[in-house]
Design a protein around this ligand. Structure first.
Ligand SMILES: Nc1ncnc2c1ncn2[C@@H]1O[C@H](COP(=O)(O)OP(=O)(O)OP(=O)(O)O)[C@@H](O)[C@H]1O
Length: 701
């Protein structure tokens, strides 16, 4: 019999293989996160994604067998082999998707990027790239599911972290709701006093005093409760956001290679969602459950017969939740992923807006952006429609039940044996039981949402941090020390692009590194700057290995000048200073002079106080590049890694900038396609086929 395949969406652009494997593992079982497959893995999918071979290896680790077939016709494969489990196929040459069913020329697929959909078999085959994979699980791969509880536990721990505020909110909410309980009793008392005595002899003064007292207490409790709810929300939001931001600074460059800015931004925005939901859950869920228990007891005490009617209504709602909630959860999941996809596309469009403007025709771009947004809206609409069925049903029951109870109570007055006041009180209290039930249903939907959103945040918090050695064994002064690269090899996605690099960088000396495009020059610089860790080999600073070093100290001493410039929307002075308080105004002017931009800055009407547009949009490309050079120089690093960092300048200006830089006593490594030699260079190296060859060495003057 065909079982359910949970929808597991990928966590970043390159994770589709892991998400699909997680779905194969979860088929007919509980849902696991694709991240769980990675927990023990050092390897993360990068630009080149993950291969079927790698997925096979991971499956084996969890005692399952991933079989891969080269197949021409997927339908034939499914029919011949009588496959009822979901299969994974390679798709559009760069993606994996799951097929859950093929029936009547229609294929039900789960694309880990967007979720469930149904497409025609022709469309499926149009994008199919020739490989099918099936997973054979066995009883021993249970350990892959172990971490499932982990997330729920983490979510709980998150709440416990703010327990002080949460306890107060719960306590105040209890008091607040207890007052509600008074009213059915007061109603019963008034009606029964009236019907029994006919003469209504409750003094106006006593009535007024009690009403006003209740009013004041209720009002004060309301204020106090809202105050603490807001406080809880603030604490949750600020703690989580600062934790997330802190993490972003600790993540290695490789994380940013595979994540998009829009996606990260959407995850930060999700924290607001968590704040809202957690605070509303803590204020209502526990209270609602308590109210349901209390009211159930009180109702049964009043009348067992009438209580059976109420509980039947509750049961109908519970059955509906059981049926609809998993579906709501899928759409919630897809909606959140859709939001992130839209934000990612929007960021990309905004980043390329200059280019988009120049091409004139942007209907396609608009369409793509609109489509991503529509996809998010579609999932929102589906989620809301299902919620409406749930909500509508419970509201309708809530509407008719009190009247029905009143009718039954009066009709069978003798059998049931309640006074008019008691019947009215019972029907009011049944409402008090049903509204927390509706609220619990809403809370269950919210829990699904918060779980999905929290997973997205947690998957970033769980990322491995870069080694920063905050407590180095020895304090190493890198100034005037040789930097020695010993047999360094490095590769992306398991493929080496640098092999056994050996280089001794002497303080104060100038190196020109040549090599064809894409050969690995930038990568080598990133390794020297400690941005990438070599896969094999060591870097020594003086006699000390990289691991003994406080990495931030090292980075402070290395200035990295690249072709890409990133300026922010602020003054020229602030852009050069770049939050470094050790940089004085005279350092800024000195750096600008070295970068040959000072003369142009002082000609601007507002000089160094000129405000630049977004990424320096209001100055020329060459000016942007020189500002970026000035920024690096202002921090006064002892070593400069210049990666085509002067390529936007005309020959004369470039010559002048290079002359200034090479006249300093800084160690310089200069990457260039264009320069065969530069005055003042001591060593020329060529990177070729992953190997570094010395081409020339000039004796020091
Ligand atoms: N994050 C990444 N994941 C996978 N491959 C990458 C990644 N970054 C770079 N590469 C690949 O590594 C190789 C070396 O890239 P690198 O940027 O170091 O070359 P380069 O010599 O500096 O090129 P150029 O002169 O064009 O700037 C290239 O083939 C590139 O496609």
């Amino acid at each position: 019999m065909r079982k359910k395949t949970p929808v597991i969406l990928q966590r970043n652009k390159y994770d589709c293989g892991y998400a699909c494997l997680a779905m194969l593992f979860s088929y007919g079982d509980s849902k696991i996160s694709s991240n769980m497959l990675l927990t023990e893995e050092k390897f993360r999918a990068g630009r080149d994604g993950v291969t079927l071979l790698e997925l096979k290896r991971i499956s084996k680790k969890f005692n399952a067998e991933l079989s891969v077939f080269k197949v021409d016709d997927v339908k034939e494969f499914i029919q011949q082999r009588k496959v009822i489990e979901p299969i994974m196929i390679h798709w559009k040459n760069n993606h994996f998707i799951i097929i859950t069913k093929i029936h009547n020329n229609k294929a039900e697929i789960i694309d880990p990027e967007i979720g469930i959909s149904e497409i025609s078999y022709e469309e499926l085959m149009l994008h199919y790239s020739g490989f099918v994979a099936t997973l054979k699980k066995n009883s021993r791969n249970k350990e892959v599911f172990i971490k499932e509880k982990h997330y729920t536990k983490k979510l709980f721990e998150l709440v416990v972290e703010f327990k002080k505020y949460i306890y107060i909110v719960i306590f105040l909410s209890f008091l607040y709701q207890s007052l509600n309980l008074l009213f059915p009793f007061m109603t019963q008392f008034l009606i029964d006093t009236y019907t029994n005595n006919k003469s209504f002899n409750i003094s106006i003064k006593a009535f007024l005093i009690s009403i006003v007292t209740i009013f004041i207490i209720y009002f004060m409790l309301h204020l106090l409760r809202i105050f603490f709810i807001t406080k809880t929300q603030l604490v949750i939001n600020s703690t989580m956001t600062s934790k997330f931001i802190d993490k972003l600074f600790k993540l290695p460059l490789s994380f940013y290679d595979r994540s998009s800015a829009g996606d990260i931004a959407s995850r930060i925005n999700n924290i607001t969602m968590i704040r809202e939901i957690i605070s509303s859950l803590t204020t209502t869920l526990l209270l609602d459950i308590t109210l349901v228990v209390i009211y159930s007891i009180v109702l049964v005490k009043y009348s067992v017969t009438l209580s059976v009617v109420v509980f039947t209504a509750v049961l109908i709602q519970i059955i509906l939740v059981k049926i609809l909630l998993p579906k709501i959860s899928i759409f919630t999941n897809q909606e959140v992923a859709g939001q992130a996809a839209f934000q990612t596309d929007l960021f990309e469009v905004l980043r390329s807006i200059n280019y988009i403007k120049t091409i004139g025709v942007n209907t396609e771009i608009k369409k793509k952006l609109n489509d991503t947004f529509q996809n998010q809206l579609l999932n929102f609409a589906k989620r809301m429609n299902l919620s409406a069925v749930l909500g509508g049903l419970s509201s309708s029951i809530n509407l008719i039940l009190p009247v029905a109870l009143l009718f039954l109570g009066l009709q069978y007055e003798n059998e049931i044996g309640l006074s008019l006041g008691q019947i009215v009180a019972f029907s009011t209290m049944s409402m008090n039981l049903l509204s927390p039930i509706s609220s619990i249903i809403g809370s269950l939907e919210s829990i699904k949402l918060v779980e999905e959103v929290y997973l997205r945040i947690d998957s970033v918090l769980e990322e491995e941090e870069e080694k920063t050695n905050l407590n180095p064994k020895v304090h190493i002064d890198t100034i005037n020390k040789d930097i020695v690269l010993e047999d360094i090899s490095f590769g992306y996605s398991g493929k080496n692009i640098l092999h056994n690099i050996n280089l001794c960088i002497k303080p104060g000396e100038k190196y020109l590194i040549k090599g064809t495009t894409g050969v690995g020059k930038t990568t080598l610089f990133k390794i020297i700057a400690g941005l990438y860790e070599p896969t094999v080999g060591n870097i020594k600073y003086g006699v000390h290995p990289y691991d003994d070093l406080k990495i931030m100290d090292l980075r402070k001493n290395i200035g990295f000048i690249t072709q890409e410039v990133s300026l922010f929307n602020g003054t020229i002075e602030d852009n050069i200073r770049f939050y470094n308080n050790n940089v004085s105004s005279s350092d800024i002017v000195h750096a600008a002079k070295m970068a040959c931009i000072h003369e142009e800055i002082i000609k601007f009407p507002m000089g160094y106080s000129t405000v630049l547009g977004d990424n320096g949009a209001t100055i020329s490309g060459g000016q942007r590049q020189r500002l970026s050079i000035a920024r690096t120089l202002a921090a006064n690093p002892e070593m400069l890694l210049i990666d085509e960092g002067t390529s936007n300048l005309d020959i004369d200006t470039e010559g002048a900038v290079i002359k200034n830089l090479f006249a300093s006593n800084k160690t310089i490594l200069f990457i260039s396609h264009r320069h065969k030699n530069i005055d003042g260079v001591n060593h020329i190296y060529k990177l070729d086929n992953g190997l570094l060859h010395k081409e020339k060495e000039y004796s020091l003057q």
